[in-house]
Design a protein around this ligand. Structure first.
Ligand code: ADP
Ligand code: MG
Length: 226
């Protein structure tokens, strides 16, 4: 497993900045990003986004608040085919609150992209309206393991056209006992896909999860970013 590791805890370390405008993104996506006031990539974005945009499976570890959502968000938005109203990207999150945050960030990143459909699929709200939204066509789903499992079992959610699978806050999903549900959800996904795994920590169970579901993953770890 290849590792790209940056230690930025040393005060003397050279800080290089990367601008979004240097990335191979469409003008529309760059305009969206600029409109949010994002100009420079955060360290985890600078390390992981080029690898993600190249289509690699990536494990990315960095502390909370370091901008991990935009790493996978920009990755999956950059390969979205808006004319295809089948689910092309799925983000699995441990809690409804986190799924809602991810949905909001994705909608922000795509706010000038017309007709893009991002749907939250979490428990605690009725499943039927979610199934109806799925039937109308959705590009991206963001959900919690239990509710995703339910829609997949009932075939309301189909993943035949899925190209990007994201496991966000994977450490928390394992802590919360979601390993089996996550495994079942992933079993519905095509083998040919990009799988991105995000975590604030890097314990052995995370590496095990990666071994099971990723293909030649590259590891990016920001030890102590300021
Ligand atoms: P994490 O998932 O690592 O905890 P988030 O993706 O939730 O972090 O991002 C934390 C905050 O940083 C969000 O409010 C997001 O809008 C903001 N953010 C992300 N990337 C950038 C950037 N490149 N420049 C400025 N703000 C950013
Ligand atoms: Mg996050």
């Amino acid at each position: 497993m290849a590792t790209v590791r940056r230690h930025s805890h040393c005060l003397e370390s050279v800080v290089t900045t990367v601008k979004f405008s240097s990335l191979p993104l469409t003008p529309a996506l760059l305009d969206n990003i600029a409109s949010l006031g994002y100009t420079e990539l955060t360290p985890i974005q600078a390390e992981s986004l080029p690898l993600i945009l190249d289509g690699n499976d990536v494990i990315a570890q960095a502390k909370t608040g370091s901008g991990k959502t935009a790493c996978f968000g920009i990755g999956l938005l950059s390969r979205l085919d808006l004319t295809d109203f089948n689910v092309q990207a799925m983000v699995v999150c441990p809690t409804r609150e986190l799924a809602d945050q991810v949905c909001n960030e994705l909608r922000k990143l795509a706010r000038f992209t017309q007709n893009i459909k991002v749907l939250a699929l979490c428990g605690g709200t009725p499943a039927r309206p979610q199934a109806e939204s799925l039937a109308h066509g959705v590009h991206i789903v963001v959900g919690t393991p239990g509710r995703l499992q339910e829609h997949l079992r009932k075939r309301h959610l189909r993943l035949d056209n899925l190209n990007t699978l994201v496991l966000d806050e994977a450490d928390r999903m394992l802590d919360m006992g979601f390993e089996e549900a996550v495994s079942e959800v992933i079993s519905y996904a095509p083998k040919q896909r990009q799988t991105l795994l995000f975590s604030a920590t890097f314990a052995d169970p995370i590496r095990e999860l990666s071994r099971k579901f990723q293909n030649n993953p590259l590891t990016v770890s920001i030890e102590n970013n300021h």
